[in-house]
Design a protein around this ligand. Structure first.
Ligand SMILES: *Cc1c(COP(=O)(O)O)cnc(C)c1O
Length: 397
């Protein structure tokens, strides 16, 4: 069994708050602070340009990608880190469409994260091949997979409700119908066991700054199934994805496999932070993380429902049908979340009325959950949220 007291000590966490927002931005791993400081002073400061070769900077997208691969059931050499999730999704979708023949439909659902849909809308327009983005309700996705669909593009865990898609079953149905699959693992990687190889998914993307704790704006990742990479003509091509970047050829020749998903120069300070952050997962099984996350979130729901009759559970009640977050709906959810934060419990708010709380066993324990529910209970019972200052919306909610 994983020793979560040991992993908690790996993170810098302020004493006076309970942090239930690691699904949006993971906390600072102590190792990341040390690593970034070392990279800045000893590598950038002393080695200068020599760092690319001598300090392994050039290999970081692969080093980091391989660490992430272990958490998402991907074989070595199938994941690279870099760019943002949005940009990686663009690469995955345009790559998938280049493999999908004459079919025109990109199928997704209305619970998907807006950036995914924006990427799809505009990538389709830029390609100019009359593809069509078709959105159905999340529960209708399985029924909408047929032989007209080119690409199935889904986010496994709904960012608002935490509802979990059955990746295995949907990918299997897609394969039976000759549909290329793309999974967005933004709220899955580091949150629960994912088995990309077992599900036989074609593409996946995800974030480095959420459950992987890589820091604000950390590099994202992209997975391409073995054997598939070589068949893609990258739309977003750059020299780092060239077969020989330092040959400075005038013509683009894509590198082998996943390497052609690289575009430009990797952000080394951010890569180093994410690389160090990922060491927190050494010796941990995702099954233990999942079991603990369910224990924590079940207790949270029980406590909140008994203390806060005004809050309505917006997540699936069955823990096996949700990710590692719990959401409650409340019409004054924004003000209520601001009041919770002022009273020491950090979660976040998603329009129109969702108060969202993430459970991250690496550094959140049962004591934290109890402390959080006591504070939230008081905010709700005494209507502490009912103040003008809590209603003013900040840029980031
Ligand atoms: C958080 C999140 C993103 C974020 O994309 P960025 O490009 O990193 O801003 C994308 N997709 C989903 C499903 C997310 O939850």
């Amino acid at each position: 069994m994983t020793d979560f007291a040991r992993t908690r000590a790996l993170f810098e966490l302020p004493e006076d708050i309970v942090y239930l927002d690691g699904n949006s931005l993971g906390p600072l791993p102590r190792a990341a602070r040390e690593r970034v400081s070392r990279v800045v002073s000893r590598e950038w400061g002393q080695k200068l340009i020599r760092g690319w070769n001598e300090a392994g900077w050039m290999d970081l997208p692969d080093t980091v990608g391989n660490k992430i691969a272990k958490l998402i059931g991907a074989p070595e050499g199938t994941v690279v880190a870099g760019d943002s999730t949005s940009v990686n999704l663009h690469k995955a979708l345009t790559g998938a469409l280049s493999l999908a023949g004459q079919r025109k439909v990109v199928l997704s659902d209305t619970g998907n994260f807006p950036t995914d849909l924006y990427v799809a809308q505009m990538a389709i327009r830029a390609l100019g091949k009359d593809h069509e983005l078709k959105l159905v309700a999340p529960e209708d996705v399985a029924g909408a997979i047929d032989e007209t669909v080119a690409v199935l593009m889904l986010t496994q865990i709904d960012y608002r409700t935490g509802r979990l898609h059955d990746m295995q079953a949907l990918t299997a149905k897609a394969r039976e119908n000759g549909v290329v699959t793309i999974w967005d693992l933004a709220h899955s990687a580091g949150a629960l066991p994912v088995d990309l190889a077992g599900a036989n998914a074609d593409f996946a993307v995800g974030c480095g700054y959420k459950y992987l704790n890589g820091g604000p704006g950390a590099p994202a990742f992209i997975y391409v199934k073995p054997g598939l990479g070589d068949r893609i003509d990258p739309v977003l091509a750059g020299w780092m994805g060239h077969e020989a970047p330092f040959a400075f050829d005038l013509a683009y020749r894509p590198a082998a496999g996943i390497q052609r998903m690289r575009v430009g120069t990797p952000p080394i300070l951010s890569m180093a932070a994410l690389d160090a952050a990922l060491d927190a997962w050494d010796g941990i099984t995702m099954d233990d993380v999942r079991a603990r996350s369910i224990e924590l979130s079940e207790r949270f729901i029980t406590e909140i429902e008994s203390r806060c009759p005004d809050l309505t559970l917006a997540s699936p009640r069955d823990p096996h049908r949700r990710g590692s977050q719990v959401s409650f709906a409340f019409p004054e959810g924004y003000a209520a979340m601001q009041a919770c934060i002022a009273h020491g419990v950090i979660g976040d708010f998603r329009a129109p009325d969702i108060m969202r709380f993430g459970f991250t066993p690496l550094y959140i324990g049962m004591d934290d959950v109890i402390r959080a529910t006591e504070a939230i209970g008081r905010v709700m019972r005494e209507k502490l949220w009912d103040r003008a200052e809590y209603r003013t919306r900040a840029k980031v909610t």
